[in-house]
Unconditional design. Structure first.
Length: 174
């Protein structure tokens, strides 16, 4: 393992209680490991934690990343106060019991599914939920952060080091 990666992995392990396989994979390229962890640290300061977790789950579901779904379910449950299975399932389908959080998760999924070509209606809906243009930029940045890790884990077929999650019906409840 490159020397530059050891300290970063130690920080990840201290934060999560273990070093997930994704970070072990990234350690083969310390620059990429640093980029991912720096991005995660910086974006942890935008939006509230539950909204970020909801976006992580919605984006990971949209990308079919089993590793990220399992990891984000674990993190949201253990550290994000989202211990109810129904809350996790709603987030995965781009929804929430909180209308504002639901709008952010739905918008993030739309950003991913449309490759950023969202409609005026999509923007009007997220603005109508109370998000400012600056917060919409934050939603996009958080979605792209998780898109990056989804792609890394899908390409690498990262081995699960936590329990897998069950599939969910991806139709949004009315």
């Amino acid at each position: 393992m490159p020397a530059g990666a050891q300290q970063i992995l130690g920080n990840v392990g201290a934060q999560l209680g273990f070093v997930p396989n994704m970070f072990k994979t990234l350690a083969s390229n310390p620059a990429v490991l640093e980029i991912v962890t720096t991005l995660q640290g910086t974006l942890s300061r935008v939006l509230d934690g539950r909204t970020r977790h909801s976006i992580a789950l919605a984006v990971s579901q949209a990308n079919g990343c089993g590793y990220c779904l399992a990891m984000h379910t674990h993190v949201a449950t253990e550290f994000g106060g989202m211990s109810d299975d129904d809350i996790i399932k709603l987030a995965r389908v781009g929804s929430s019991g909180d209308p504002k959080r639901a709008a952010a998760a739905r918008f993030a999924q739309q950003v991913v599914e449309s490759r950023g070509q969202v409609s005026d209606t999509d923007l009007a809906e997220v603005r109508g939920a109370g998000y400012t243009d600056a917060q919409i930029l934050a939603i996009v940045a958080v979605a792209v952060q998780f898109l990056l890790t989804n792609f890394i884990n899908n390409v690498n077929q990262t081995d699960l080091d936590i329990p897998a999650v069950d599939s969910v019906d991806t139709t949004v409840p009315q």
